[in-house]
Write a protein that binds this ligand. Structure first.
Ligand SMILES: [Zn+2]
Length: 190
């Protein structure tokens, strides 16, 4: 069972994976989810007022989810927001724009695809990032980098390069080079 929460009323639901692909509406009437499946994506893209692309594969380009043919089926004046544009976008008609010139129209659909969108709220975004990063910085300051990546799996997972060696599997794969084993590199020094 997976748990989802209604963003409007906060009520939590246990969803059986066999429900994936069906529409689901909260008792408050506000939330409808549809999970997975190209045919369903095509059907709902055609009737949507707004399509928000938010696919993310760590260390990899975003997968293409919405094709140009699907965009052509959308209603005139509907909107695409491609949050995955930082990783290349997940909509075929997406191209990176700027905060100064953020939108364009393709196939009568308004596209908003601005990389680093959080720069719009720079102060708030910086505070949020600092708050998220502070526990890791405190750990490094208190115990040193080697101990921090040894003892905190999250820290180790966030490490790309260690003493010049690529230790992140996703980034290594995307560059076509073999990843080095971090535990081995750390152990060799101990
Ligand atoms: Zn609700």
């Amino acid at each position: 069972m997976d748990q989802i929460s209604c963003p409007t009323c906060g009520k939590a639901y246990q969803i059986n994976p066999s429900y994936y692909g069906r529409s689901f509406q909260c008792h408050c009437g506000q939330m409808v989810t549809v999970l997975g499946g190209l045919d369903r994506l095509e059907r709902h893209t055609a009737i949507a007022d707004i399509v928000i692309g938010a696919v993310h594969k760590p260390g990899r380009p975003a997968p293409m989810m919405v094709t140009e043919d699907m965009v052509k089926t959308m209603k005139p004046g509907s909107v695409i927001i491609d949050l995955a544009i930082d990783q290349g976008g997940c909509v075929e008609t997406s191209r990176p724009m700027t905060l100064a010139n953020p939108t364009y129209v393709a196939h009568d659909v308004v596209h908003y695809c601005v990389p680093n969108m959080t720069a719009n709220v720079a102060r708030t975004a910086s505070r949020a990032l600092a708050t998220a990063a502070l526990p890791y910085l405190n750990l490094i300051a208190a115990t040193g980098v080697e101990n921090a990546v040894r003892t905190d799996p999250g820290m180790a997972a966030g490490l790309y390069l260690y003493r010049g060696e690529m230790v992140n599997r996703q980034v290594a794969d995307s560059l076509g080079i073999p990843p080095q084993d971090l535990a081995g590199l750390l152990g060799a020094e101990a």
